[in-house]
Design a protein around this ligand. Sequence first.
Ligand code: TYM
Length: 328
Amino acid sequence: MTKRVFSGVQPTGNIHIGNYLGALKQFVQLQEDNECIYCIVDMHAITLPKDPKELRKNILDTAALYMAVGVDPSRSVVFVQSDVPGHADLAWILMCNAYTGELSRMTQFKDKNRDNESAPMGLFSYPVLMAADILLYDSDIVPVGNDQKQHIELTRDIAVRINNKYGKDTFVVPDGRFLKEGARIMALDDPMSKMSKSAESALSRISLLDEAATVKKAIMRSTTDSDGEIRFDAENKPGISNLLTIYSAFSGVPATELERRYRGEGYGAFKKDLAEVVAESLAPIKRSYAEIRQSEELIRALKDGEERANALAEKTMKRVKERIGLGR
Ligand code: TYM
């Protein structure tokens, strides 16, 4: 039986190789034998202040990037979250079944919520909107990076809770899908923190549209240890281990084989080769991005995605409202 796959990326610019290796790469693979729905989650992006013009641009940039890495809108549904009212609609119903206690334990909220009193409600309830995204499409599988694990668990908890109250087939209980390699790519300048779109230093990440020279600079300057041995040991050698993971994920060569190949070599030679591997992998993505971003096809694909997503969402909302007793 084909499975329903759902995932999304926030249109916040700077989409990087962590997003690619943790999530986007899976989006492409899963299209082969599943029914996939990929969303540009613009409503998530406004949990923190955004410039409207920039947000609009980032939405189309992100959609073009989905397609440039290989998401095919004729096979998968590609759409913008705010084009489908069902997301906010379902989020409210889920919010009435989520606990403030469980939400206040979300690590992403705790990280961003430095100032208790003025944290926007949306930042707090964000994981419930994410649960709505997933449950709205009766999704079986959610391909994401490790940082979303807690949100997927919350989604499952809410789904099971509502199923127990209103009937066990109200929602499909989804599973997260995490890759062994790539689920948590670390920052290049600080291998103890994850690579992020919002980190101040551009040298902390490699964005998918970076020029080869920028890729090289970030990799050559990346933080490694001083013992000079190319060996995977995430605990004691987080910097070089992160680079081995990136190398392996882009080249398909297992880390153990890379260790063997680079035995006795210095970090410099290894980093230089890695920069080439990454730049070569990004080159075709950049080329096709430039083409797609200009094309009418992008707008057409999103319009088509909007219609297909709405049709699916309306079906779920009808069922859920009936179960809960909403409407006439
Ligand atoms: P976002 O936009 O922060 O990230 C998009 C995807 O990239 C993954 N990711 C990483 N993977 C490996 N290493 C990293 N350093 C790294 N950084 C990010 C994320 O895990 C994610 O899969 N809440 C989500 C978006 C979302 C969503 C959804 C996802 C909203 N609704 C429903 C799935 C299903 C987010 O902020 O991802």
